[in-house]
Design a protein around this ligand. Structure first.
Ligand code: SF4
Ligand code: SF4
Length: 350
C-alpha cells in the first residue's frame, strides 16, 4: 500500500479529531487523534512515532476522512504507518495471537464450536466467502446466509481450505503474511467471477487488495427481491429495530448497501424501523482494536448499545460479523446480525 499524504494541505481545523470515536472515549491524552497521528507525527516527530503503540488504537472507521475539508487519506496513512512499524517482537498480545492463528490455522481466530465446513459444488456459478467470524464464531450468520442464498435461488459454492482474507493482518501492518494469504485465496477463487461475502471487512479487503469486486450478501438479497425470489413472513408481534451502519459498509464498500438494508427491512410486515441519532457511530469492532485493546473496544460497544437502548428498540441489527461480536460483548440490550434476522422472516418464493 502506498499513500502520499500532502501534510501541507492540513488546515489544522481539527474536524477529524472532533469526530474520532477513540478520542471521544479515551480523550486526547489516551489517543492523540488522526491529525496528530496521521499528519503531525510523520511530519515532525518520525522517531517518536516508531515507538508508539497508540497508532494501533485507531478503529479504521474512516470517519476522519469523511469530514476532512482537505480530503486527506488519514485512515490509509495510519494503516501505512502500522505497516512501517510492523515488528512481530513488539506486537501487543492480542495482535500476536492473530499472527499465531494465521500461521497455525490459516484463520485470524482459533477454530471453535465446530469443524470447518466444506461446501464445494462443482457446478456452482458464484462463490460464497463466509469469513473467519461467520464460519467459526457467530456461526448463525453462516447458516442463515446459506439458507437465504438457497431460498433466493443462487447457485453458489464454498471452496474448501480457503484462508482468512487478510483484513486483520492489514490492520496490524503485516503486509508479508497478507500477500501470502491473498495468493492462496486467489488460487481457491479460480475462475469465479462473482464473490459473495458476509463480512464488510472481507469485502473491503477483496476490493482494495485483491482487485476483485465482491458483493455483500445484502446486495444479492436486494437483487433477489427485485426478481420476486424471496417471500417475507409476518412476525407474531411488532418488532422495533434500529440499524447499525458499519463503518466498512458506510464509508468503504458503499452507503447504497445501507439503503438496500432498509429496503429489505421494509418488506417485513410488523417491523418498525427506528432511526438511531448517530447510526454510523463506530462500535469499536474494527481496526484490530478488539484483539489489541479490548477495554477500549468494549467502551465503544457499550456506548453504541446505550444509544440503541435509549431509542427504545427491541433489537439492534448489525450487518457485520465483527460488529455483532463486539456489540454483544457489552452485554447491554439485544443485538442480531442483519442477515440472520432477514432469514427468520423469509421463505422461498413458490
Ligand atoms: S479512522 Fe476513525 S478511529 Fe481512526 S483516527 Fe480516524 S476517526 Fe479516529
Ligand atoms: S480535518 Fe483534515 S484539514 Fe482538518 S485538522 Fe484534520 S487532517 Fe487537518
Amino acid at each position: 500500500m502506498s499513500v502520499t499524504l500532502k501534510t501541507g494541505d492540513c488546515i489544522k481545523c481539527s474536524a477529524c479529531n472532533m469526530v474520532c470515536p477513540v478520542v471521544s472515549i479515551d480523550g486526547i491524552s489516551g489517543f492523540s487523534g488522526p491529525r496528530n497521528l496521521a499528519v503531525d507525527l510523520p511530519r515532525f516527530f518520525a522517531g517518536r512515532m516508531i515507538s508508539s503503540q497508540e497508532i494501533f488504537k485507531c478503529t479504521t472507521c474512516w470517519k476522519c476522512e469523511e469530514v476532512c475539508p482537505s480530503s486527506l487519506p488519514l485512515s490509509d496513512s495510519i494503516l501505512r504507518l502500522r505497516e512501517m512499524m510492523f515488528d512481530e517482537k513488539t506486537l501487543v498480545e492480542g495482535h500476536k495471537r492473530i499472527v499465531e492463528n494465521i500461521d497455525r490455522y490459516g484463520r485470524s481466530i482459533k477454530p471453535q464450536l465446530r469443524e470447518r465446513r466444506v461446501y464445494a459444488k462443482r457446478e456452482a456459478e458464484v462463490l460464497y466467502f463466509p469469513g473467519c467470524i461467520s464460519e467459526m464464531r457467530v456461526t448463525s450468520i453462516f447458516d442463515a446466509t446459506v439458507e437465504l442464498l438457497e431460498k433466493a435461488g443462487v447457485n453458489f459454492g464454498i471452496p474448501d481450505n480457503w484462508v482468512c482474507c487478510g483484513a486483520p493482518l492489514e490492520k496490524i501492518g503485516d503486509s508479508n503474511r497478507l500477500e501470502s494469504l491473498k495468493e492462496t485465496n486467489l488460487i481457491k477463487f479460480g475462475s469465479f467471477e462473482e464473490i459473495i461475502t458476509s463480512c464488510p471487512g472481507c469485502t473491503t479487503q477483496f476490493l482494495r487488495h485483491y482487485d476483485r469486486d465482491p458483493l455483500h450478501t445484502i446486495e444479492v438479497l436486494w437483487e433477489a427481491t427485485k426478481k420476486n425470489r424471496l417471500k417475507f413472513k409476518t412476525p407474531k408481534n411488532n418488532v422495533r429495530v434500529a440499524l447499525h451502519h458499519p463503518c466498512h459498509i458506510k464509508r468503504t464498500i458503499g452507503p447504497q448497501i445501507i439503503d438496500q438494508a432498509y429496503d429489505l427491512l421494509q418488506l417485513i410486515p410488523r417491523v418498525k424501523i427506528v432511526e438511531l441519532e448517530d447510526p454510523d457511530k463506530c462500535c469499536g469492532g474494527g481496526g484490530g482494536v478488539v484483539a489489541g485493546f479490548s477495554d477500549l473496544a468494549l467502551k465503544l460497544a457499550a456506548s453504541k448499545m446505550r444509544d440503541a437502548c435509549r431509542s427504545g428498540v427491541d433489537l439492534l441489527l448489525a450487518p457485520c460479523p465483527f460488529c455483532v461480536l463486539n456489540l454483544r460483548r457489552a452485554n447491554i440490550g439485544k443485538v442480531e446480525e442483519f442477515i440472520t434476522f432477514i432469514n427468520m422472516y423469509t421463505e422461498r418464493e413458490a
